[in-house]
Design a protein around this ligand. Sequence first.
Ligand code: HEM
Length: 603
Amino acid sequence: MQITGDGDLGFPELQRTETDNSAPTDSRQPLPTLYFTFASKNMGEGCLLQCGSLKDRESPRGMLPGSEWLSHQLGLLGLELRVSSALLLIFLTFSIWILGKGLTFVHQCYINCQQLRCFPEPPLQNWFKGHVGLIKPSEEGVKNIIKFVTTFREVFLMWGGPIHPIVFICHPDYIRPVTSASAYIAPKDKLFYGFFKHWLGDGLLLSKGDKWSQRRRLLTPAFHFDILKPYIKIFNKSTDIMHMNWRQLYVGDSIRLNVFDHISLMTLDSLQKCVFSHDSHCQEKPSPYISAILELSSLVSKRNQEPVLYWDHLYYLTSQGRQFLRACHLVHGFTDDVIQTRRRILAEQGSEAFLRNKIKGKTVDFIDVLLLAKDEEGKALSDKDIRAEADTFMFEGHDTTASGLSWALYNLAQHQEYQDRCRQEIQELLRGRQPEEIEWDDLSQMPFLTMCIKESLRLHPPVVAIARRCTKDIQLPDGRVIPKGNICLVSIFGTHHNPSVWSNPEVYDPYRFEFDNFQKMSPLAFMPFSAGPRNCIGQNFAMYEMKVVLALTLLRFRILPDEHPARRKPEVILRAEDGLWLRAEPLQHPSMPETHLSEAPQN
Ligand code: HEM
């Protein structure tokens, strides 16, 4: 078989060399280079055998004398060996590097475990699962948290698998070093907040470092009293619509309601008006934008419970992930449209006239504030930044407030004596006023209702925990140290249910928040809005909205417990398993005239 430079390369190499009887024997013909290449490609023994046979048969005569041919052969072989040695060396170096990394990791885990041994821990499920499954998003999980907090009182360790420790903190003195640490030393942990990234972008909730501190400064004026004042009217209006819908459902002597659903829709309605000045009438007819936000919130909660879907690339391949992307697309599209339209108006009118017109219209919405905001160097926010912030407000502001309000109604339904006292307070405040509407000045005139809301936020905090990653060692007041690199879970729920902090913590008692009693408490004993530099920027907005909604609701309805007590479900926020069901009994009241009822649309 003649093998030339452009010979047939389709056959296996071994077959060629073994059966090759037609290798060049004519000394004047140069030996084809390809031949050598083929022969020397087979490394080791096979290669040497082939080289030997070639030498015997072909080398003595022709253009390459035997010794030269041999040295040429050996040269090539040497080159091959050098290449293979280099590859072997790279492989060995890589293996040693991997091994080194592995050993360093194991060593670090070991050192970390040793350092964390100073913290007590509940009994493990087993060495592999750690404590996974003990704190489920269910009533059983909640009871376990209460059990651990009652046992350990300050700080304890939970293992999310064999090598994933979480330092669980549930006492104000131990929380302080973490929440008061700068956002650089204790940033938010990616694992807990990463699911929101595609939806909320680099908004205030998820951004970090310099970007966060610059944004926080820029956005603080958006929550100034002057901006929030006109929103009280919006809260009144949205509550009126919700109540009209409730009356539509009225059969017999009371209405059975999953209050969480109704209130979520109402808080979204208000937020859409405050953030975008947009009325989608979502409480009266379905709104694709509002449905998409509700869908996104529920998809994030579902994903949270399925660790296999924590990896983004895998999640976005699933039908749930694609549903999430579609909903994000819709929500982003809506926000982008509002921003574009507003930018056009701003460009046409100029910022001064734009603001003047807005103030004349009485409401400056969040988009206006974001469009006009400028940092110290006079730099404005980009459209993408504005979208991230607006989407963050819509998410952070609706479910949290809905949870706070729903549990407040639940607690007042269980305690009619407190409900009656609240109602009396509102009736006296609004006596002789028509229409009965909560105004800005009324907000500071409802001390008992405020105490009831706060006690409900203690017993049922909407955000049950916040997570931080320690980028430096954090020293606790008793000298123990949370080593750098670990995740801390500041348990808001745990602190609020800690018997070392609150006496009879499971009892709903609004008098804890009477001025004299509350003065004696640590400021971190009650932290539904978190604490420190990354506390909730929207807490005043939320408190005002809760006061308006609760006051009007208690004025118009008696809230009664449902047959079955609610089972708590701590997801991204605190919900109830199978919804939070209550009964509402309409009270005869002039602020809800019958004409409203006939105007109200079917739900
Ligand atoms: C009862 C209602 C609310 C509760 C219980 C609540 C609770 C919280 C908590 C605990 C945090 C800290 C989260 C963390 O560190 O991981 C937070 C942050 C935040 N909240 Fe609220 N929130 C409520 C209402 C609102 C409202 C109405 C808005 C806006 C309209 C809002 C906007 C934000 C934003 C933007 C952040 C991030 C702040 C930052 O990192 O600088 N929240 N909230």
